[in-house]
Design a protein around this ligand. Structure first.
Ligand code: NAI
Ligand code: BGC
Length: 259
């Protein structure tokens, strides 16, 4: 354990077996938290991650739940509290999906799928976290993984942008509500990061170069660079930070093509 800043905390990372979520699980475990790796689908990668953390002296359990399903979310939080010995006090709402559609072609099912996973999921998980912490009269932190697209419009992704724009106001509003109860709520807004969600981009050198030309730092980000921001925001060093978004985007939101 290089840095025990989260020692004694109980974390849950949604979509925690891949990409940014996996890096967040690894970082929070290295920082001393006991971590729930939430996943959906085959259990292999989440189980493997949990056992790697155990091999390094940490504590992690893999729990399956569809974050958009109220019953599954409630069951997951009950299991987490049972298995870790108390309520989750560090929630990372990371699970998210995207798929391009022009508005005129977008099926309602696809709109609902993206909003349900990217926005309703964080609502359900935040509600469970806040209910348990308030009942136990304990402090905690909720970190939402938003996107530069809570701010930058993105053609073909109106559902995704609506979900992340909605997440911005959700973060701000519940931060206001929960501050008197010692619960801070933040968003981290990544730019373009090297994860499975960007596999098509990673596999296409021309498209990748075009995106990199829009990033002042000149490269895609690493998932660990988002995980370190999550860890800091959830730590006591950020005790006076709540209700805001930290952009970790290599400068993408500076609009390099503006002039
Ligand atoms: P990813 O595709 O590896 O991660 C998404 C995770 O969410 C996967 O583990 C997936 O299984 C899980 N998931 C999907 N539906 C779920 C459900 N119903 N219930 C529980 N889990 C579910 O991609 P990445 O990049 O790690 O994405 C993580 C978050 O980061 C997403 O919210 C995404 O919008 C956000 N993000 C990613 C950026 C990037 O460039 N990679 C940039 C900005 C934001
Ligand atoms: C998306 C990525 C995209 C990045 C920058 C993220 O929200 O998930 O696919 O590369 O924004 O546009």
């Amino acid at each position: 354990m290089s840095d025990p800043r989260h020692h004694g905390r109980r974390a849950l990372v949604t979509g925690g077996s891949t990409g940014i979520g996996k890096a967040a699980v690894q970082r929070l475990a290295a920082d001393g938290a006991a971590v729930v790796v939430n996943y959906i689908g085959p259990s292999g990668p989440a189980d493997q991650l949990a056992s790697e953390i155990a091999d390094h002296g940490g504590t992690a359990v893999a729990l399956e739940a569809d974050v958009s399903n109220e019953q599954q979310v409630q069951q997951m939080f009950a299991q987490a509290a049972d298995q870790l010995g108390g309520p989750i006090d560090l929630l990372v709402n990371n699970a998210g999906v995207e798929h391009p559609y022009e508005l005129v072609d977008m099926p309602l099912e696809e709109w609902n799928r993206v909003i349900s996973i990217n926005l309703t999921g964080p609502y359900l998980c935040s509600r469970e976290t806040a209910r348990a912490l308030r009942q136990a009269n304990k402090p905690g932190t909720i970190v939402n993984v938003s996107s530069v697209h809570e701010h930058i419009p993105w053609r073909m992704f109106s559902h995704y942008c609506a979900s992340k724009g909605g997440m911005k106001m959700f973060t701000e509003t519940i931060a206001y509500e929960l501050a008197p109860h010692g619960i801070r709520v933040l968003s981290v807004a990544p730019g373009a990061i090297l994860t499975p969600i960007n596999q098509n981009l990673i596999d296409d050198p021309k498209q990748r170069a075009a995106v990199e030309s829009e990033i002042p730092i000149g490269r895609l980000g690493q998932p660990e660079e988002i995980a370190s921001a999550i860890s800091w925001l959830a730590s006591g060093e950020a005790a006076y930070v709540t209700g805001t978004t930290l952009f970790v985007d290599g400068g993408m939101t500076l609009y390099p093509k503006f002039v």
